[in-house]
Structure formats: C-alpha cells, structure tokens
Ligand binder design. Structure first.
Ligand SMILES: *[C@@H]1O[C@H](CO)[C@@H](O)[C@H](O)[C@H]1NC(C)=O
Ligand SMILES: *[C@@H]1O[C@H](CO)[C@@H](O)[C@H](O)[C@H]1NC(C)=O
Length: 281
C-alpha cells in the first residue's frame, strides 16, 4: 500500500516523538545505565562524590573533584536524553530523536553494555555482558517508583569489597565475603555459609531467585570463610579459605576491568572489559 511520503514522514516523526516522550527515565540503579535504559533530560547518575548529569541544556557533564568531563553539547537542542547502544556507545539524542553526540569508541561486539559511575568518580563503559543470572519474568521491573531505601534494605550496612564499595557493584579484584552482599532495590546477592552464591528478592521474604550449584566438597569442608571474587578476565569465583576454587562462572574472557552489577530487574550480570572511561578523555 502506497502512503504519500509526506504523510509517512509525519507519521514516523510523530511516532518518534511519542516514543521519546513516553520513554521511562529508567536509569537502572542510581550509578549505572545499561543498554536499553534512558537517562532523561535533567536526570543523573550519582555516587557520593560525583554526578554524571544529562542537563536540560543538552550538555552531558561529569561533576567531580578534580578533572571532570563534558560532551560540549550545551545549547545543541532541548530535552536531550542519554542511552547506551548495543555496541557500547553513549549516545545523546534530542526530543525528536536527532543525533547530538556519542562517545568515541572503536567497533566492539554487539551485546549488552553498562555505563557505570564508579566509586572513584569516573564513568566507565563495560561490556558486552559475559555472564548473567537468568532474566526473571515478573512485573517487578515496573516498580521503579519505589523508595530505594525502604524497599530493598539498601541502607543496611553493606560491606562490599573493600576499596571499591558500591552497594550494587563489584569491580575486578573486588571480594564479597560471607555476610556481605550486593543489593539493588528488591534484590540482593550474597555468599552463603554453605559457600554458594544466592540471589534473593528481599521484598518477598527473601525468595531465592537464583543460586549457584553447591558442591558436596564445599558444603562439608569449606567452612564459613568462603568468599567470591571477580578477576580481570570477567570470572566470578567462589573460593575457600585456601583459595581453592569451588565454583566459577564461564570461561575467561579477555584481560581487562570487569564489573558485576546487581540490577533492579533481578539479574546479576558481569560486563566487561572496560572499553571507555572519562578518565582517558
Ligand atoms: C570539551 O571541550 C574541552 C575544552 O575544549 C576539551 O578539553 C574536551 O576534550 C571536550 N570534550 C569532548 C568530549 O570532546
Ligand atoms: C512473608 O511471610 C509472612 C509470614 O510467614 C507472610 O504472612 C507474608 O504473606 C509473606 N509475604 C510475602 C510477600 O510472601
């Protein structure tokens, strides 16, 4: 069926307009933007000492102590939003969907990426995803309006890896001990006394949504001093007190910096290596 091209263009542009207007401003947890998320105009990722802001003037700015970063796109358009492509590029588009800016990265494989405002105040792009717990089929992803603190116990004392603590992230070389956990709103990932990893939904009486297989060795001999560690090849392992490996995620990927993120949709995902950082811009 032939549609006059003027009308088609109008339809397409109003569809785009509708699409961009109705996009939820769903940055994942406050410090991470994954492929598929939208950081709307006037919103930000933030950690204690830094903020990565998609400003209403269309400039993308990292505010931190010392050297920051900006896209230098102030005044380019209005109602700009930030997304992360499935090739790992940060992309700014305006309210009409017109391209404004993207981060310069070499061609990387298609997949799921994550832009992380790290505890050190720099933004890193990690990916593609090398491992993940299964996607849960639930409506819970829609509970984006919940008060983060009351919902997930995120404000409990969470002693994640020393030196790179963020309640929902574990970076390469980071360690998760028994009794500490990573958490994002409703979901928490922890190392159990039985030397397993367990992902639970805290708002539902700690329903277990995923669990690593527990070997007979680990439950009998490993004791209570196991820990999980993310290495520089993107592998998350459970180790006993003698560094004996009890379990590990998939085969090693290329060397680099990786990040394990517990996300608000109930998935724990490992992204990496780091392919871009504001520190190098
Ligand atoms: C923005 O402008 C500053 C000053 O000219 C420059 O140092 C910086 O590299 C620019 N940022 C980008 C992303 O190009
Ligand atoms: C949690 O457990 C309590 C007591 O066992 C029960 O009354 C409540 O309905 C449970 N809540 C959910 C969300 O399963």
């Amino acid at each position: 069926m032939a549609v006059p091209s003027g009308i088609a263009a109008l339809l397409i542009s109003s569809f785009l307009l509708l699409f961009f207007l109705s996009s939820p401003s769903s940055a994942n947890e406050g410090n991470i933007l994954v492929t598929g998320d939208v950081l709307a105009s006037d919103s930000e990722l933030s950690v204690d000492n830094a903020a990565f802001v998609m400003q209403s003037d269309c400039n993308l700015v990292l505010y931190k102590e010392g050297r920051g970063f900006q896209s230098n796109t102030s005044g380019s358009s209005t109602k700009c939003s930030l997304t992360l492509s499935d090739y790992g590029q940060l992309i700014i588009r305006d309210y009409q969907g017109s391209f404004i800016w993207s981060s310069k990265t070499r061609k990387h494989p298609q997949g799921q990426y994550a832009a992380v405002l790290q505890p050190d105040g720099e933004v890193g792009i990690y990916g593609p995803a090398v491992w993940s717990t299964p996607l849960l089929f639930s409506n819970e992803v829609k509970t984006a309006g919940v008060d983060v603190k009351s919902a997930a116990g995120v404000d409990e004392k969470i002693s994640a890896a020393a030196g790179n603590s963020a309640p929902n992230l574990l970076l390469s070389s980071g360690v998760l001990n028994v009794g500490s956990k990573l958490a994002s709103r409703d979901y928490a990932l922890e190392v159990t006394k039985e030397c397993g990893l367990r992902l639970t939904k805290s708002a539902h009486n700690n329903t277990v949504v995923w669990e690593s297989p527990i070997s007979s060795y680990s439950s009998s001999a490993a004791g209570e001093n196991c820990f999980a560690r993310l290495n520089f090849h993107g592998q998350l392992s459970i180790l006993d007190d003698n560094y004996g490996q009890l379990w590990s995620t998939a085969a090693a990927a290329g060397e680099g910096k990786y990040v394990l993120a517990v996300k608000i949709n109930g998935q724990a995902t490992i992204y990496g290596p780091c392919i871009w950082t504001t520190a190098a811009e």
